[in-house]
Design a binder for this molecule. Structure first.
Ligand code: SF4
Ligand code: FES
Length: 235
């Protein structure tokens, strides 16, 4: 399907782009995202990519297909209000010890909070101090920083064909676990680091193990190494 849409007054052609986000980015219009990656399936989980569409209201741009004649605004007052609320809700459930976080300075959540001028939260802090999983040679999982974007789940399943990570529970009790809630070291993880590369906010970081230890684990015949590919680019 092809056609033209108007974004912020600019008429843009689309051809095979599957969502408004891709059309906007093609034209150099930036929209913030936390759960989107162009090479993975789209789930529309974080809602940070919302835009305002005439006659449709506020919609997630990553999961809304462009339709010929659509008129879209990516930075209206309403859009910015919704994005701020989304960020505040995520931050209310996030360990905000940024000064000691390995991802400080490379964290999308931190960057967007700064971009949207978030100085204080309207919502109570719900983050619990759950134990970290440091069992793996390559990956440290900090559940207190997870925003449930699901990128680790999808990259491990769709790119590596393994599926170490998955969701557990539902609603406010949802969490990401490895291998049916086992320590990561006891899973089929091949230490490829793809999940670290896509995690937007420091919930998955690299362990300080030596590269020799990691390669020894990869060569372990008990592990099923399917492939080793370069880490997926950050979304
Ligand atoms: Fe997203 Fe990281 Fe949580 Fe996985 S661990 S769901 S990549 S925030
Ligand atoms: Fe669209 Fe998360 S990037 S909902």
């Amino acid at each position: 399907m092809s056609g033209k849409i108007t974004i912020n007054g600019q008429i843009i052609d689309f051809t095979d782009e599957k969502n408004i986000l891709a059309v906007a980015r093609k034209a150099g219009i930036e929209i913030p995202t936390l759960c989107y990656h162009p090479e993975l399936t789209v789930v529309g989980a974080c809602r940070l990519c919302v835009v305002e569409i005439e006659r449709m209201g506020i919609q997630a741009s990553c999961s809304t297909a462009p339709v010929d004649g659509m008129v879209v605004y990516t930075n209206s007052e309403r859009v910015n209000q919704v994005r701020k609320m989304v960020l505040e809700l995520l931050l209310a459930n996030h360990d905000r010890e940024c000064t000691t976080c390995e991802s400080s300075g490379a964290c999308k959540l931190q960057q967007y909070a700064s971009d949207y001028g978030i100085k204080r939260l309207r919502y109570p802090n719900r983050s619990q101090m759950l134990p970290l999983d440091t069992s793996s040679l390559s990956v440290v999982r900090d559940p207190n920083k997870c925003i449930l974007c699901g990128l680790c789940v999808r990259v491990c399943k769709e790119k590596q064909g393994i599926g170490v990570w998955d969701f557990k529970n539902r609603g406010s009790k949802t969490e990401i676990v490895a291998a049916m809630d086992q320590p990561l070291a006891e899973s089929a993880c091949i230490n490829c680091g793809q999940c670290i590369a896509v995690c937007p906010c420091g919930a998955l970081t690299s362990n300080s193990s030596s590269i020799q230890e990691v390669w020894a684990a990869i060569r372990d015949p008990k592990k099923t190494v399917i492939c080793q590919i370069a880490p997926a680019p950050r979304a």
